[in-house]
Design a protein around this ligand. Sequence first.
Ligand SMILES: Cc1ncc(COP(=O)(O)O)c(C=O)c1O
Length: 390
Amino acid sequence: MSPRRFGPSTTAIHGTPHRRPDWSPVAPALLQSSSFVNPVGSEEEVLYSRYGNNPVQVALARKYALLEGAEDAIFVASGMGATALALLAVLRPGDHLVSSAWIYGGTQQLFDTEFARIGIDVTYITPDQPRQWRRSVRKATRALFLETPTNPVMRVVDLGTAAQLAREFGLALLVDATFASPINFRPLEHGADVVITSATKYLNGHSDVIAGAVAGTSSLVEEVNRLMRVWGQAIDPHAAWLVDRGLRTLAVRMARHNSNGMTVAQWAAEQPGITRVHYPGLPSHPDHQLAAKVLDGFGGMVGLELKGGIRAAERTLKRLKLIVHAPSLAGTESLISEPRLTSHKGLTSDARARLGLPDGFIRLSCGLEDPEDIIADLAQALGKGGKGEE
Ligand SMILES: Cc1ncc(COP(=O)(O)O)c(C=O)c1O
């Protein structure tokens, strides 16, 4: 086999391309089996799908490792499972974690409730403040965690400071890059040790699977695998097969998500009923320059602040005909939600505003539809001439 690295589109389709045996299936076989026949007397590891060694699970993990440029990878039952197991692989009770404050609500809940319960202390910092990262490191600190691009204001975090600290103090830097996918951003190329992704989103991309993945060194993945077995977090073979099916079109889907995101964001920025657009591809975004440098695409996620607050948001959402009002993101269909009722539920209106989420903020996941249809639906829902009026 040639040692040449293949491009991301080829890798997402073939993994490492190889000559296929005559009469072998072109599409990967789905081995929907919990267990496999054992040779009598064999002392080799048994094949059992909870162990993550079903060939469907193994092939998917190899392909994802190639896409991230990682030594190894593993798929588990959800994005939350991936975050929990990756962090538990590097942290012990008594250890300290420094985390960006700009993270998914479910991850924060994991830290505030479960990690607190097992004696893992978490300090939250504002990730664009290098001094805060440095000041927060203690003797017991073992790991740094951040998410980029962030949900839902699409801040793009510079990995430089965290990566430098990780090297200096021998810490593990873990990055949740769900909103980018390895097509748009590969954290390991920027000094991260571990990548976490909710495969529920772009990797699968069809709104029909819950799954997560972790990529990093072989020893890290081995530890995640050990935890996955005992905590019962393996991905079901059918889910793994569906993620692989989604992965094969990842590169072309991301190209369309990226272009639809940009087209919709540029249109939205001109609408009188929309007071602010959060999209890293727009020069008005606070991280535009960094995003242009480190991302290969700006993604399909757009944050919109509507004139008229909650009432305007609800009125607009009720009028939509094409864009689906649902949580989650990254499907073929455009999805829209109000973070105040989903990822940021439980925070007061003031606390949300401090995070850059005023009332009237809606999060749009641009799907793969024709961009003019997404725009036409938004325009009619916003009211006459897109002015946000009744
Ligand atoms: C950035 C991010 N990380 C992790 C998760 C959790 O993923 P899952 O729902 O697959 O557990 C989500 C879910 O929305 C997310 O947005």
